[in-house]
Design a protein around this ligand. Structure first.
Ligand SMILES: Cc1cc2nc3c(=O)[nH]c(=O)nc-3n(C[C@H](O)[C@H](O)[C@H](O)COP(=O)(O)OP(=O)(O)OC[C@H]3O[C@@H](n4cnc5c(N)ncnc54)[C@H](O)[C@@H]3O)c2cc1C
Length: 617
């Protein structure tokens, strides 16, 4: 038994050897036309869509293993806003505007327009590739939302009707990977993208490739590309860090460390909405909760009862007072037996089967003899609120800070595109699929007419020195300690209530970490090197959160942003995006008006005159 320290000691006290050859500093160079960084939902779609363009070579770089990597790798059960599906009742652009209004303008209108207009095309394409997208086995006949003619299952979520389709998300990632391979995409698994290369090494110039490091061998990778698509998603553990809890503790895996956003920022691209954060409120390792009951937003259709069987109001309806007065008795329970058979089946056999976090929990429950037709399930919702305020996340749900894009999903740098959760204010699976697919075709179109990239040796030498610095030391500070320290500083200085003084103290604290502790960071193997490099990205991301927070001199409800020194909520002059950009080594603050994308329908159509709908090839 070597999986515990005790077991290791019993085994003669020998630390197991690193199982791969270590090749620090050695280089491998690859030239391609379109390079995709991040092989999750958006990245795979971007790669296969670019590869459909004749003559365009595509390479995909993935930090983990493409077959199951990313937030959508293990599964998913609902596909939002496939608005051109005949079962949907709202016009795509009306729906898109509804989403934007629902987010009080702090939304990505371009991404949502693509999601609403092309999401269903992506849905049909992945089905053609082999994923299961409808109830072909007639398992759910009679269940709510099941359309007998098409066998599609419409999902009613968050009280909204007809906006989402159910799908069998566990089938998606292997299918996407297979299609990428079929189309000749070169997949580089276990490579972490570390930086973008600007043309001739000039900061802010066209992006001409990227560097990476092999997370098993430590080998250095140089990719030359005419266009690069970033699809590394967002970031999870800025405020909260815990390696001891089973599962993810922040609703995003530790793998989501803001790499793409930081790479783009360092190369000179604009980022925005960095000041937004929220409480961790979904099923995380901090809450022992399989989503049982109306108090949970994920499986919202399970009603809850109190310990006496009294129905709880739906949503977050039970107040602390009502519990203290004895109106409701603890604990609360998810009333699976009280559901109609159809709803129970949809939840248990589709939602809990296909949605990434729930599947493992479902198995545990079933193995322990749980029967949803007979047994209540304890609901561990805490009555005083979901989380302490300093347990925050940029990714409390989805719409948080990221890279600014235009109607081609191009960032503010030539040759650099973004898709999925990489962009600012992104959404979920269908959004990632549709925008990945779109970014792929736009980047391929650009690459088809672009000149060969010219990269700079000097930029590579600098990046190598940065990347390998932790491997040169054998002692000092390890990545976990560094991460824990950064998270604590964010908890202290950039939490629920913010002031200029606190934020400046936070920035000082992070700068001190950068100057005094980062030079002590050491990594004893390529895995620890990967974690160390991620920490450096989390550090820069945290600094950007504070920079954005300092720049916004007003409070804002939609951004969950409370400045004690600027208490006015959402004054009209502050209803805008704050942008951050690196210029001459310094952060330049700018802004973008809400709705900078202009008329949604007009602009979508103007930019997609050649769009052919569902791929026929
Ligand atoms: C538990 C859970 C359940 C969910 N359920 C649903 C659902 O049912 N329906 C729904 O619509 N949405 C759901 N979502 C959200 C959905 O999965 C995501 O929105 C979607 O996967 C985002 O796609 P993406 O490609 O932007 O990011 P991801 O799919 O997360 O992919 C990002 C990829 O980038 C890689 N990467 C990161 N950094 C680097 C780097 N430096 N170099 C190379 N590669 C890198 C990562 O390893 C990862 O593979 C769920 C999310 C979670 C966490």
């Amino acid at each position: 038994m070597t999986s515990s320290w005790h077991g290791l000691m019993e085994n003669g006290g020998r630390v197991p050897e690193w199982p791969y050859p270590v090749r620090y500093e050695q280089e491998q160079e690859i030239e391609t036309d379109v390079l995709v960084i991040g092989g999750g939902i958006a990245g795979c779609w971007a790669a296969l869509s670019a590869a459909r363009t004749k003559g365009v070579r595509v390479a995909l770089v993935e930090k983990a293993a493409t077959v199951r990597s990313g937030a959508g790798g293990p599964g998913g059960d609902h596909w939002d806003y496939a608005m051109t599906c005949p079962l949907m009742k709202v016009d795509p652009f009306v729906q898109c505007q509804n989403i934007i209004d629902g987010q009080s303008g702090y939304s990505n209108g371009i991404g949502h327009a693509i999601e609403c207009q092309e999401g269903y095309d992506a849905f049909l394409e992945i089905e053609k590739m082999g994923a299961k997208m409808r109830d072909t086995n007639d398992e759910f006949v009679g269940a709510p939302g099941r359309d007998d003619k098409t066998k599609l299952v419409v999902a009613s979520r968050y009280g909204q009707e007809n906006n989402s389709l159910r799908f069998w998300g566990t089938t998606v990632k292997p299918t996407l990977k297979k299609e990428c391979e079929r189309l000749g995409v070169r997949i580089f698994d276990r490579i972490m993208g570390t930086s973008l290369l600007n043309e001739r090494g000039i900061h802010g110039a066209r992006v001409a490739g990227a560097t990476g490091v092999n997370t098993r061998t430590g080998e250095f990778m140089i990719f030359k590309a005419k266009a690069v698509i970033l699809a590394t998603a967002g970031i999870g553990s800025v405020w909260v860090f815990n390696t001891e809890l089973a599962g993810i503790s922040t609703f995003r895996s530790r793998n989501a460390s803001g790499d793409g956003t930081v790479m783009a920022y360092r190369a000179g691209a604009e980022v925005t909405m960095m000041e937004k954060s929220g409480l961790l409120y979904l099923g995380t390792g901090y809450k022992h909760k399989i989503d049982s009951g109306g108090n949970d937003p994920v499986f919202e259709n399970v009603p809850s009862v109190d310990d006496n069987g009294k129905a709880l109001p739906p949503g977050y309806g039970v107040s602390r007072d009502a519990v203290l007065k004895g109106e409701f008795s603890l604990p609360f329970w998810g009333d699976f037996p009280g559901m109609s058979e159809g709803w129970r089946k949809i939840n248990w056999d589709l939602g809990y089967q296909e949605e990434s976090t729930a599947l493992a929990m479902r198995r545990c429950f079933e193995e322990a003899g749980y029967d949803p037709t007979k047994d209540l399930m304890m609901n561990h919702t805490l009555i005083e609120g979901s989380m302490p305020a300093h347990f925050r996340s940029p990714d409390s749900m989805n719409d948080r800070g990221g890279v600014v894009v235009d109607w081609n999903l191009r960032t503010t740098l030539e040759g650099l595109y973004a898709a999925g959760e990489q962009m600012f204010a992104p959404a979920a699976h269908g959004y990632a699929a549709a925008t990945g697919r779109y970014a792929g075709r736009k980047a391929a179109a650009y690459a088809s007419g672009a000149s060969r990239p010219v990269i700079s040796r000097e930029q590579i030498v600098r990046e190598k020195a940065r990347v390998y610095a932790p491997t040169k030391r054998k002692e000092g500070i390890e990545w976990k300690e560094l991460h824990a320290g950064m998270a604590r500083m964010m908890q202290y200085f950039c939490s629920e209530y913010k002031t200029e003084k606190l934020l400046n103290m936070g920035l000082d604290a992070l700068n001190e970490i950068e100057e005094d502790f980062v030079p002590k960071l050491y990594a004893l193997d390529p895995h620890k090197l990967l974690r160390s490099l991620e920490d450096l990205n989390i550090l820069t991301f945290s600094q950007l959160i504070i920079r954005g927070s300092l720049a916004r001199k007003a409070s804002s409800r939609p951004l969950n942003f409370q400045r004690i020194d600027y208490p006015q909520m959402d004054p009209p002059e502050w209803k805008k995006f704050i942008t951050l950009k690196l210029v001459n080594g310094k952060v330049e603050v700018g802004d973008l008006p809400h709705g900078y994308w202009g008329d949604l329908k007009e602009n979508y159509e103007a930019h997609n005159k050649d769009y052919k709908g569902v791929y026929a090839g």
